[in-house]
Design a protein around this ligand. Structure first.
Ligand code: ADP
Ligand code: TRP
Length: 324
């Protein structure tokens, strides 16, 4: 099956990105035909700083490669290396009802946060639909917060196919239920916009500081604790073995275990599990040409698919092209 996903290079990678998106995406490459890209056009809706956009684009590329994305197996590229996507975005805009976009939570949330909306922010889901539909994927693995955008893509796909011809395939969202929302150090959803993240590629000392600062309640060490209500345990569930998690839950219920102990263990596992990826990340940072070559090769492979779809799209709409 063809699988496709994208991630915006709009900040530093964190554990929420890893457990909610990157890890499940990388696992899928063993069995599927995967296309993963760095959504740099999307990032322009929130990041308008050339240096930072370049830096975060490199960091996302290094992050995926360090965590095990295999660029021979998976087509890994930058969104902007396939310019056909912006052409498709316009064509899809013309079959997208305004109401569909006006209902989008992510747009409404940003307005509620006081962000002054640009047309790009409003049209964001149409660009996302274009960069999904152009590769005709069957599955789109994303975090829970992206579900509505995939549903919008499905609506646009139906609308286009009904208006013109059966060009596009219906994509289905794939959302890992056990990691629907990874909590941050303050207990809210981990997100760069809340400044509550634990970064993926920081030093053990920086990670320790963030983990030790995690918010917990004031239950004394001796007292029993509710395993369902602790953020530290929520992260341990994602990183520790099943047996170890059962043991921590039992210790919480019994009392006599402090939150500090769980935090220390979380830090140990963070270093153990992410340490090897961090070494690969640092090695890649010394080799920017290698990253560039990988992305350029992925871009060529992705573009070949996109160009073919666009031929079908232009023919279906009556856009006569002289390009051959
Ligand atoms: P942020 O919230 O920090 O801005 P993004 O929106 O750029 O993160 O997220 C990139 C990907 O990582 C998306 O697929 C998103 O669903 C996933 N993701 C981000 N934060 C979390 C989280 N706390 N829990 C689960 N998935 C997450
Ligand atoms: N909107 C997604 C996010 O913020 C990123 C994204 C852009 C995406 N295009 C995509 C995800 C296509 C899946 C498929 O996380």
């Amino acid at each position: 099956m063809r699988v496709l996903s994208g991630i915006q290079p709009s900040g530093r990678l964190h554990l929420g990105n890893y457990f909610g998106a990157m890890r499940p995406q990388i696992e899928l490459q063993a069995e599927h035909d995967c296309f993963y890209f760095i959504a740099n056009y999307h990032a322009l809706t929130s990041l308008q700083d050339r240096g930072l956009l370049e830096q975060f684009t490199r960091e996302v590329a290094m992050g995926y490669l360090a965590l095990g994305l295999d660029p021979r197996r998976t087509v890994f590229f930058r969104q902007s290396d396939v310019p056909e996507v912006t052409e498709l975005s316009w064509i899809l805009s013309c079959v997208t009802p305004m109401g569909l976009l006006q209902r989008c939570h992510s747009y409404k949330d940003k307005i509620a946060q006081g962000i002054s909306p640009s047309h790009g922010l409003f049209a964001y889901p149409v660009l996302q639909a274009a960069d999904i539909l152009i590769y005709k994927p069957n599955l789109v693995p994303v975090g829970q917060d992206q579900k509505q955008h995939i549903e919008v893509t499905q609506d646009i796909q139906t609308k286009f196919n009904q208006t013109y011809a059966e060009v596009f395939v219906r994509p289905e969202p794939l959302i890992g239920s056990e990691v629907a929302v990874v909590p941050g150090v303050d207990g809210r959803k981990m997100s760069k916009s809340y400044d509550n993240t634990i970064e993926l590629f920081c030093t053990p000392k920086q990670a320790r500081k963030r983990i030790m600062s995690m918010l917990t309640d004031s239950t004394p060490v001796e007292a029993p604790k509710d395993p369902a209500k602790c953020n530290v345990l929520a992260l341990l569930r994602l990183i520790a073995s099943r047996e170890e998690v059962a043991d921590w839950e039992e210790r919480y219920r019994r009392g006599g275990t402090g939150y500090g102990e769980a935090k220390k263990r979380l830090h140990e596992l963070y270093v153990e599990i992410l340490g090897p990826a961090q070494e690969r990340y640092n090695a890649l940072a010394q080799n920017p040409d290698e990253i560039e070559d990988i992305l350029a090769d992925g871009g060529r492979r992705a573009r070949a698919v996109a160009m073919q779809t666009m031929e079908e799209v232009r023919t279906a709409c009556g856009i006569i092209s002289t390009k051959k």
